[in-house]
Design a protein around this ligand. Structure first.
Ligand code: SF4
Length: 178
């Protein structure tokens, strides 16, 4: 069983790779499948309630501040929920998308992290944060060649973070040959 095979909140859960949706018999009984979600879980319910709560929120500044503060405090999934609502209202916000991408990475939702970074790169192919973020997500997904190619693009961009990107590239290339 892998977290990615679960559904609903369990599939996106920050604890999903360790918990794997809890008791499989509960999921089978509730959802008719061992790949279902565990809606008896308090955290699962809390996330569902948060989504409902934020669905009614239209204050963009409040959503950004809340999401950013939660993520800075280490509540990655909760922060991502607030920023997801903000991105429904403001899909063009690169700042919110980058922060959500980071939160998704910390929740081990690597495909979602990659998706956010890819979306930024569609409009800004030289966005350093998105190149770095997408390379890191690809690497975590086991797509090492694509990760190295992406990090090479990041390392070729002059600026104050160039040495950091070169260091990341060397690390990836070293790991790729082992
Ligand atoms: S939502 Fe609850 S049951 Fe599902 S993976 Fe997360 S902690 Fe486990």
């Amino acid at each position: 069983m892998a977290k990615e095979k679960l559904s609903g909140e369990c599939r996106e859960c920050a604890y999903g790779s360790r918990c794997l949706g809890g008791c499989s018999n509960t999921r089978l009984t509730m959802d008719g499948s061992v790949y279902g979600e565990n809606r008896y879980c308090v955290y699962n319910r809390k996330m569902s309630e948060m989504k409902e709560h934020y669905a009614a929120e239209t204050d963009r500044e409040k959503l950004f501040r809340t999401g950013d503060a939660l993520i800075r405090a280490g509540y990655y999934q909760e922060g991502a929920v607030a920023l997801s609502r903000l991105l429904e209202l403001m899909p063009e916000s690169v700042e919110a998308r980058l922060i959500r991408a980071y939160a998704e990475y910390r929740c081990e939702n690597y495909e979602k992290c990659l998706s956010d970074n890819e979306k930024i790169l569609e409009n800004d192919p030289a966005n350093l944060d998105a190149l770095d973020g997408s390379a890191t997500a690809l690497y975590a997904m086991g797509e090492r060649e694509r990760a190295v190619e992406r990090m090479k693009r990041a390392a070729a961009i002059p600026g104050s973070r160039q040495e950091e990107m070169r260091h990341n590239l060397r690390q990836m290339e070293r790991a790729a040959v082992h």
